[in-house]
Design a binder for this molecule. Structure first.
Ligand SMILES: [Zn+2]
Length: 331
């Protein structure tokens, strides 16, 4: 058995040949990391808790350095020379800067340079939702399509979009669809607005609204609310129906602007499967008239899409050094 095919823990994707690499997806609570071999096989990610104490950006950089050291110790036969890192929030990928993360509390941190100063590897910094979208577009559920929107519905709601096969990045700000106003209800949102998509249809919002309306704190996450709705709980049905309407309204707006052929649903809520895709398809069709309604599908990589996207980034042609240092500054 060659080293490339000896993984006992499974291969989740192939991103094509390139350097041996480590792919890391930094989430608000969990950091996932996966080995990428020279043939492009991506191993099933392992998981660790995201450091949350003190200077979180510094803690995350140190954790990534430890993960790389460990991977090199475990695989002395491989020359791991590339590192793809996906992080949440607003990210300037060209500059390698974490512009803002509410979840991890950083602002304008030159994460790529901080990691490069700490490890001997070529580092790519990515936005997590765009990384997940890239995975679905290149090797996942939207492969072969040029006009694609991927939507991550979890604690927050965000999208990444491709038009004519090119990603729409908007200097790192594109895709914040969680803050489209989708209802006349004055539901407050973390952004300071009201009636935002995220305030009604995120997994956190679905659970929070059910707890408050049903005065029932035993509910265990959005999946439990959906389950109760299916079983006939009237309050759960109302909360879930409001979430579906909000998502349909948001997707209808996106469809009017971008006319995607396909919309890929990722994130925690996508685990609901047909219970999400089927009613959302019906509600979207009711709202979209002149433009053809896009096909809604679940993502192929579910919670691992960001890691696969980070793996893909290690296959990009490398820029000459000095080409991409715009906007970096010391914290
Ligand atoms: Zn908002």
């Amino acid at each position: 058995m060659t080293p490339e095919h000896s993984g006992m823990d499974g291969i989740i994707a192939n991103v094509g040949p390139g350097p041996s690499a480590l792919a890391v997806d930094v989430g608000g609570t969990i950091v996932k990391s996966a080995l990428v071999d020279a043939g492009g096989s991506v191993s099933r990610p392992s998981r660790a808790r995201t450091p949350r104490e003190g200077d979180v950006a510094r803690g995350v950089v140190e954790q990534i350095a430890r993960l790389l050291d460990q991977a090199r110790q475990d695989h002395p036969d491989r020359e791991i020379s590339a590192l793809g890192v996906a992080v949440p929030g607003i990210v300037d990928e060209d500059a390698g800067v974490g512009v803002f993360s509410e979840n991890l509390g950083w602002r304008d941190r030159p994460l790529r340079r901080m990691i490069e100063d700490r490890v001997d590897a070529h580092v790519t910094l990515l936005h997590d939702v765009r990384a997940a979208g890239e995975a679905e577009v290149q090797v996942g559920a939207a492969a072969g399509h040029d006009d694609v929107v991927t939507v991550a519905i979890g604690t927050g709601v965000a999208a990444s979009s491709w038009a004519c096969g090119r990603p729409i990045r908007g200097r790192g700000y594109a895709g914040e669809i969680g803050h489209l106003r989708v209802t006349d209800d004055e539901v407050p949102c973390v952004c300071g607005g009201v009636g935002c998509l995220e305030a009604v249809a995120s997994t956190a919002a679905i659970e929070r609204r059910y707890r408050s309306l049903a005065q029932d704190t035993t509910v265990d996450g959005a999946q439990d609310v959906i389950h109760r709705a299916v079983l006939g709980d009237a309050i759960a049905q109302r909360v879930w129906s409001d979430a579906l309407d909000a998502l349909a309204a948001g997707l209808a707006s996106i469809t009017a602007v971008l006319a995607p052929e396909i919309v890929v649903l990722n994130g925690g809520l996508s685990l609901a499967g047909d219970a999400l895709v089927d009613p959302l398809t019906v509600r979207l069709a009711e709202r979209v008239r002149l433009v053809p309604a896009p096909r809604l599908v679940r993502g192929l990589f579910a919670a691992d899409a960001g890691t696969v996207g980070a793996a893909l980034s290690t296959r990009r042609p490398r820029l000459a050094s000095g080409d991409s240092t715009r906007g970096e500054s010391n914290p």
